[in-house]
Every structure is written in structure tokens, then in C-alpha cells.
Design a binder for this molecule. Sequence first.
Ligand code: ADP
Ligand code: MG
Length: 248
Amino acid sequence: MSRRPGDASAMSAASSAPLIACESVERTYRRSTGRFRRAGPEVRALDGVSLFVERGEILGIVGPSGSGKSTLLHLLGALDVPTAGQVRIRGQDTAALSARGRRRLRQESVGIVFQRFHLLPALSARSNVAVALIEAGHSKAERRSRAEEALATVGLSDRADHAPGELSGGERQRVAIARALAPDPDIVIADEPTGELDTATGERILDALAAVAEDRAVVLASHDDQAVDRADRVLELRDGRVNGETEG
Ligand code: ADP
Ligand code: MG
């Protein structure tokens, strides 16, 4: 996909900072319990997590179920804000932005791939990708051509007219990756993207993700080792804390 190196927003004062900076981040959830939905005990999903991700890097996040991987990815993708500490994306403190400002930041900078593909069943692969471009204000013709370009990147040009129900699990996930990439984000967040797929199909998905990392930052959560092999660095979470970091 073509990049826009001269893009004015990429030339901001923050351009030398890491794409993602996460410092001493904490995220607690308050559970409501009982008939009257009283505030229950606090769950500390993340506790003192710090990390940086640079352009061109794949950061793997591993840890057992419940260790805080999804919570962390939501913060790194500006879908959520920390209860303490700071997350900066391209130099912007996500908690200092309004909800609207965060949505804009996500639109401009973040592509997200979920474990369950979240495709719209009634739409073709091409339209599933093209809808991701509506908010950015592209013309219909441009949405279509960008969607086709993104599908080509993941090797699905020949399936553009097919609905999700006519595609295999791996093909659906590739559509979801194309959808995340179509707006040309600097950051790609993938939360257990191979969790629903067999090993061989998962390998292909990871190849597709690794191929886009070259000039972006990719953060990839996984509960198995398969994804870890592709990462440049791997951060291990345990009970919301960083248990260790290894070079991939
Ligand atoms: P993982 O993705 O590694 O399985 P999560 O980030 O989903 O872990 O969850 C971390 C912890 O936070 C778990 O104890 C989970 O039950 C809790 N948690 C996650 N989301 C919520 C929520 N919306 N409300 C309350 N607790 C939550
Ligand atoms: Mg999770």
C-alpha cells in the first residue's frame, strides 16, 4: 500500500517520539454485583504497565486468559483510557482528548483486528472493507479502489464479491485485516487474530500481518507461541503486570 511520507500530520513535533508510549498504566474495572447492581470489588486488570512501540516493530503480548491482554490492546488502540498512568499515541495523551478527539485519532492512526472477525454478513468482502473508509470522507469510487487495493495486499482480489458466509475462516480474517489496513493506519492492533483458526491458516494470517509491519507499528496479542515467533519483542503479562520481556 502506498504511504504518505510527506503527510503534514506525520511531520508534527511529535514525529521523533515512539508511535506508542505507555507509562505506568493502570486500568481498574468496577464490577457491579447483586440485585441492586451495587458497586462490587475493583478488578485491577492492568497494574503499572510501561512499554514503547516504534514504527516497523512487531510487539507481541502474551499471557494466559485474564492476564490483561485485551485491556492493554484497547488502551493502545485508544478505544479506552487508563485509570492511572499515561498512553500517548503519536505524542498525544489519549486521556486528554475528548471522545470525539479519540475517535479521530483512531480513524487516522489505528487499525484493529479482532479474534472474531466482526464482518457485516450481508455485505461483500469489498464493501466490508470500503465501509471502514466512509468516515474519512473518501468518495465512493475512491473507497472502492482503496478497498480493492487492501484486498490485494492480503491476497484476496479474487474474492472481493463474496459475502463473509462464502469465505473460509482464514479468508474472513484476511478481509478483516484488509479493513484495518485500508485507511492506511500507522498502528495495527491485533487481538488474538489467529485464535479461531487452524495452525496452517493462522500462519498465513501472521504472514499477512508481518508483511504490513514494515512501516507501521504492530501490536499482536496471543495466548500461544505461534504469534510470538513473528514478534521483534515479546512482553509477557501475568495478572495485569509485565512478567518479563524477551527479544523475538
Ligand atoms: P485477556 O485478554 O488477557 O484474557 P482481559 O484484558 O480481557 O484479559 O481481562 C483482564 C481482567 O479484567 C480479567 O480479570 C477480566 O475479567 C477483567 N475485565 C475485562 N474487561 C472487563 C470489564 N469490562 N468489566 C469488568 N472486568 C473486566
Ligand atoms: Mg483477550
